[in-house]
Design a protein around this ligand. Structure first.
Ligand SMILES: C[S@@+](CC[C@H](N)C(=O)[O-])C[C@H]1O[C@@H](n2cnc3c(N)ncnc32)[C@H](O)[C@@H]1O
Length: 241
């Protein structure tokens, strides 16, 4: 009898907590929907056939610093769904849209699947942090060096700020180590991170390899987001022994 009662109470508690969770979920998806509907970049992305609004962050940064040019070799890390790669393919002319400009090479890698993009070689369903996947990219490039390595990689947020910051910083260092290995002299690096205690250290570490480092917050990056970008330009190159 008692058992039956406690089972009923447990079930009741479960239902109440599930209802609460689903209310919270509904509230946050309503919030997401109304933000999407009032966001001019979402509409603009649709009009310009970009896969998502993130495209404008790269467009803005590149408009200001002009580091993407026709004929370059560019590696886009954490590229899904692919809007940065769409911008890159146009800027470096890897899609051959400008017949009078040199044709670049664009490579995109992501843990998730990336649907084909004209002028972009895709490494989908691959974790960038795995050395064997980085090797696949260098193997594909057959000794050609990169002019830019860009990363918009972000871990799925756990909600524990310190942990999430540590993970994204480690992803940035992964990109930095890779970029230093594969880049041409004067190349660029662009990494996304969340503003945190380690930002300055990362900026200093990028400055060990790149002459010119900028901390950038594009207008299209939501003001309520801690996301920022570090852009390193003029790679110093590695001294050969
Ligand atoms: C904000 S999205 C990138 C959006 C992309 N720049 C665009 O414009 O379409 C972040 C991406 O980072 C990817 N990512 C996170 N960790 C990764 C890892 N270790 N290796 C490869 N991709 C990763 C996620 O799968 C996700 O697709």
């Amino acid at each position: 009898m008692n058992r039956g009662f406690s089972t009923f109470r447990t079930l009741q508690r479960k239902i109440t907590s599930n209802t609460l969770k689903s209310k919270q979920k509904n509230a946050s998806s309503n919030e997401w929907l109304s933000r999407q509907l009032s966001d001019p970049y979402v509409e603009k992305a649709k009009q310009m056939n970009y896969r998502c609004r993130s495209a404008f962050k790269l467009v803005e940064i590149n408009n200001k610093y002009q580091f993407l040019k026709p004929g370059q070799v560019v590696i886009d890390v954490g590229a899904a769904p692919g809007s940065w790669s769409q911008v890159i393919a146009n800027k470096i002319n890897s899609n051959g849209q400008d017949q009078n400009a040199p044709k670049g090479i664009a490579v995109a890698i992501d843990k998730q699947q990336i649907y084909p993009i004209d002028g972009v070689t895709i490494f989908g369903n691959m974790d960038f942090t795995k050395p064997e996947n980085q090797e696949k990219i260098t193997h594909f490039l057959e000794g050609k060096r990169a002019n830019a390595v860009v990363s918009d990689m972000a871990p799925s947020a756990s909600g524990i700020r310190h942990l999430d910051n540590d993970i994204i910083i480690e992803l940035c260092y992964n990109v930095l180590r890779f970029a230093v290995k594969v880049s041409e002299q004067n190349a660029s690096i662009l990494v996304k991170l969340w503003q945190c205690g380690e930002t300055k250290q990362l900026e200093n570490d990028i400055a060990r390899f790149y002459k010119n480092v900028k901390l950038v917050k594009p207008d299209s990056s939501r003001s309520d987001s801690a996301e920022i970008f570090l852009l390193g330009m003029d790679f110093k190159g590695l001294k050969e022994n």
